[in-house]
Every structure is written in C-alpha cells, then in structure tokens.
Design a protein around this ligand. Structure first.
Ligand code: BLA
Length: 514
C-alpha cells in the first residue's frame, strides 16, 4: 500500500514502520553487520558528512571522507564492541563530535542490519535528570491516592522534558482511551477527563509503542528526509524502522497534530504485563527536541508509574470491595435487628445506595416503591419491573446498556443507562434496582465546545481530539460506566441476606399458625 491510498477509513493498514523516511533533525545509515557496507542512507546525510548519500551507498564505512572530523576508526571500533557483545543498548548514546558539533549516536541491530542514527546533543544537565528521577521515586512512594500519583507523574515528566502539556492517557478494554491526569500551561484548554476512540491511535501504532517505548515527533512542520538504498537493493526489502528513534511520522497523524495546534509531540508507553495500558502523551505548541538522556529519564519515570499503578489500582479495587462488603454487613445486621426489609434497606444510616457506585437505587416491595438518590419515576420503575418479570432473569441482571435490552429506558438514560437489578420474588413482583446514568453525562468536554475549530489544509478539519471526542460520544450513547465485580457481588450477597430474613419470617409465621 502506498501512502496516497491511506485515508481515514483504513488507518490500520498504513505500514508506519516502513514509511521510507526519517525526521530531518537527525541522520541515518544502515550497514551490513559483516562488512559494514552502507546499504541505506538518509538523503540529508550530506549535511553531516559533506558527501551525498549516492556517493557512499554500497561503499564501506571507510568511504566517509576524513575531512569531516568523524573518526571512522573510532566508529568501527565501537561497532566491533557492540557486535561482539550483542548488547547495543548499553552503548547508547555514544557522543561523536562531527564538524565541531556534538552528536549522539544511537545504534541498534534489526532484521540483519546495523542501524546508526545521529541526533543532536541537547543542553540538558544529566545531574538535573538524576535529581528529577530521585524525586519521582520519593513521590511514587508518598502519593496517597492513585489520582495524586498520576498527577505527580505528569508534572514530573513535564519538568524533565519542558513541554506545554503532559497527559496520562489510559486505554480501556475496547482500546478507546481517556485522559486521566494532566499537567499543562494555564492558557491551554484542558483535555482532562476526555475520551477518544480507539482509531485515534491505530492498532499498528500501538504495536510499535509496545516495542519502542518512546516516540518523539520533534517538529511536525518539518519535511522528512527520504531513506535511499544502494542501487541493487531489492525494492521489497524497505528499511524496517520499528526500533528507530528518527522514524518519520504518518501524514495522517501530522494532520491530527496540525489541527490540534501541536508542533512537537512525545509519547512514552506505559506497559503492564507486556500489554500497553496507556501513554504519557506530551505536546508542545512549537517544535521542540528532547535529547536521548532526557527521553530516557522520562521513560524511567513512566516505568515507575507503570509498576506503581497496577499495584495501586488493585489496592483501590480491593478497598472498594471492602467498602461495599462493610455496607452490606451493616445492612445485614439491620435486617436481623429490624426484621423489616423496607426499614433495613432504605431507612437506616446505611442503605442499598451505599452498596455500589450507583447514583440511584429503588426497592419494589409489597407493591410499594422506595426510591433513593437519582432514579427514574415510579411509573418508569413499575414498567421496568413488569419487563423484568416477563424476562428470563431469575436472580440478577447486570447491564451498562439497558436501552439495548429494554428500549423504553432510553427516555430516562440520564438516570438509568446502566441497571443492576436483583429479584427478591417474581411472584410477588419484588425487586431491588440500582441505576447508573449515561456515561456521557458524567464526562465533561472540558473546553469550550463553541470555540471555532482550526481549519485543515483541505478546507475542513478532518481529524483532531475534538472531532474524536464527538465521535466517541456517538459510540457511547445509552451506555453507563460498567458495573464492577465488587458491586455485583455486594448485590448478590444482599439478595441472599434478604431472602434469608424473609424465609425465616415465613417459617415463623407458619409455626405460629400451626
Ligand atoms: C499516533 N495518535 C497517535 C499518538 C497519539 C495519538 C498520542 C502517538 C504519537 C504522538 O505522541 O503524537 C492520539 N493525541 C492523541 C489523542 C490525543 C492526543 C487521542 O493528544 C488526545 C488528547 N489518527 C487518527 C486517525 C488515524 C490516526 C483517524 O485520528 C488514522 C487514519 C493515525 N495516530 C495515527 C497514526 C499514529 C498515531 C498512524 C502513529 C504515529 C507514529 O508514531 O508514526
């Protein structure tokens, strides 16, 4: 597939690891590991070596003229060490002075070639990076809540790389993502809390971010430099840039960045058990280069977060479970003391509303409806009960898309797009309901939705986070946040407790009547 026939509908098929160019702030050579003969060179290599790509392609490294002050011997020696040890990473970056300017060489071996990439040395201070990392470590240990931890990490990464905006972007099970923490300059509109469809970061891009954990786009306005190959190199073996640091950017993503008013972007992968669970996504309004050591420092901080986060997440899930269990315990005690279901479930200090994260709950008992929090009307609840009675639900029903099962509920989707219901008795028409609102009602568009959008090159804005957010809202109409296992198990336990009390009472009445 060529670039010209990639469009918004087939993003996933764009072969972004073999686009055939690099970002032009750096230079690339690919050589054969045995002879060090140059197989590929970036078109801009003349700026570095004063000799065109055509002149060195197919030649050994030694053909790079001595008039540039690159010491080819030192380079060959370095490559020999790398090749012997097989561990290229430990050599990165290696500083070379070429034409009186310092360059970082980053080397790796992939698909039978050694790939050499030179990029500028920044004015970073290694000591400062170390201090920032040390502070990050302390912070991870000290952060009290998950929100604190995420927020601190965003701030820390912002300090290291100095971008205008740093977000923690988290993927959900369907690969759509949302911004769960953000550190930004005050004049930028917030993206915190916004959701984006999976297609904004297509599958093959996510795959690459699993392998190559830092992605820097230093200048989205620059023209990429083409990668040229030695004359007899087979066309069907383009240079694979999966591990490259200079890989050029998909034109579609460049359009996205333009429409967002972003000229530099950096993403750092957050992995959990080998899977991508998020990105630290950073923006700058003007081009900005982040050098290798600073990128490594930012990566290290992200890895700290990855490790800490799952641990914290488990902790939070666990504490919710305990909390719901505790409320369930109180209600159970009330049931035993009161021997009155309505009283124990709805009138005491702990009620059925405390058992889950629902925003409303209702009890239909003895033909009466008792409502707590934000629920649909009595009429709507009665109709819902009739539908439930006719359905094949015997114990409980859990859905985050009630309207798909019961279309009339669309009328009250702002109160009950999600339903958790448990059957006390179908014969007596007795149920407990928990409601969650449509998720979209809870998600805020943090910016001003009426603000005019920037117009893309072709006269209309095709892609941007704002458009994506709108698209996402369409896909999640009539959907609530999902019910967690902790919520479902609290409800099942409540059902058992209530039925136990009711059965006991029934038995007592039977004994009395004998
Ligand atoms: C890559 N898309 C990305 C990246 C992000 C996003 C963070 C990683 C690269 C980077 O750091 O810039 C998406 N950026 C976002 C989102 C926000 C943000 C959601 O700031 C929200 C605040 N993108 C599309 C469509 C296509 C597409 C429709 O929206 C395809 C047709 C493609 N996105 C696309 C591609 C990449 C990408 C191909 C990979 C870029 C690369 O690494 O070369």
């Amino acid at each position: 597939m060529t670039l010209s026939n990639v469009d918004l509908t087939n993003c996933e098929r764009e072969p972004i690891h073999i686009l055939g160019s690099i970002q032009s702030y750096g230079y690339l050579l690919a050589i054969l590991p045995d002879t060090y003969s140059i197989v590929h060179a970036s078109d801009n290599i003349a700026d570095l070596f004063g000799i065109s790509a055509d002149q060195i392609l197919g030649q050994p490294l030694g053909s790079i003229p001595a008039k540039t002050d690159l010491s080819v011997n030192a380079l060959v020696e370095l490559l020999n060490v790398g090749r012997r040890s097989g561990s290229w990473d430990s050599m990165n970056p290696h500083q070379f002075v070429i034409n009186e300017k310092a360059w970082n060489l980053i080397t790796h071996q992939h698909n039978g070639l050694i790939i050499l990439e030179w990029e500028p040395v920044g004015d970073h201070n290694p000591l400062r990076n170390q201090q920032l990392i040390a502070q990050a470590l302390t912070e991870v240990q000290a952060s009290r809540t998950l929100t604190d931890l995420l927020q601190n990490t965003a701030q820390r990464v912002k300090k290291i790389i100095g971008f205008d905006r740093v977000m923690v972007y988290r993927f959900e099970a369907d690969w759509h993502g949302h911004v769960i923490a953000e550190a930004k300059e005050p004049h930028l509109e917030p993206y915190l809390g916004l959701h984006y469809p999976a297609s904004d970061i297509p599958r093959q891009a996510r795959e690459l971010y699993k392998v190559n954990l830092v992605r820097l786009i230093a200048d989205a306005t620059s023209t990429p430099s083409r990668i040229l190959s030695q004359p007899d190199w087979p066309e069907d073996r383009p240079l694979d840039l999966t591990h490259s640091v200079l890989r050029a950017v998909s034109p579609i993503h460049i359009e996205y960045l333009n429409n967002m008013g972003v000229q530099a972007s950096m993403s750092i992968s957050l992995l959990y058990r080998g899977e991508l669970w998020g990105l630290i996504s950073c923006h700058n309004t003007i081009p900005r280069f982040v050098d290798y050591p600073a990128r490594q420092a930012a990566k290290f901080v992200s890895q700290l977060l990855s490790t800490a986060l799952e641990f914290r997440k488990d902790e939070e899930d666990q504490s919710n479970l305990l909390l719901y269990r505790q409320h369930g315990q109180y209600i159970h005690e009330q049931l035993l003391i009161d021997e009155n279901v309505v009283q124990a479930l709805t009138k005491r200090s702990h009620t059925i509303l405390d058992l889950t994260k629902a925003t409303g709950a209702a009890l239909l008992f003895n033909n009466h409806i008792y409502r707590l929090g934000k629920t649909p009307s009595e009429t709507d609840i009665r109709a819902l009960a009739d539908w439930l009675k006719a359905s094949d639900t015997e114990t409980f029903l859990e859905t985050s898309q009630l309207a798909a099962l019961y279309p009339p509920s669309e009328e009250f989707r702002d109160l009950g797009s999600g339903l958790l219901a448990t059957v006390l008795s179908k014969e007596l028409n007795e149920y407990v309901f928990w409601f969650k609102p449509e998720q979209i009602q809870q998600v805020t568009w943090a910016g001003n939705p009426d603000k005019p959008v920037t117009v893309g090159e072709n006269g209309q804005e095709r892609i941007s986070p704002r458009k994506s957010f709108e698209a996402w809202t369409q896909t999640v109409r009539n959907t609530s946040e999902p019910w967690s296992e902790a919520e479902v198990s609290a409800v099942i336990k409540l059902r058992e407790d209530v039925l136990q009390v009711i059965t006991k009472q029934a038995n007592e009445i039977r004994v009395l009547n004998q």
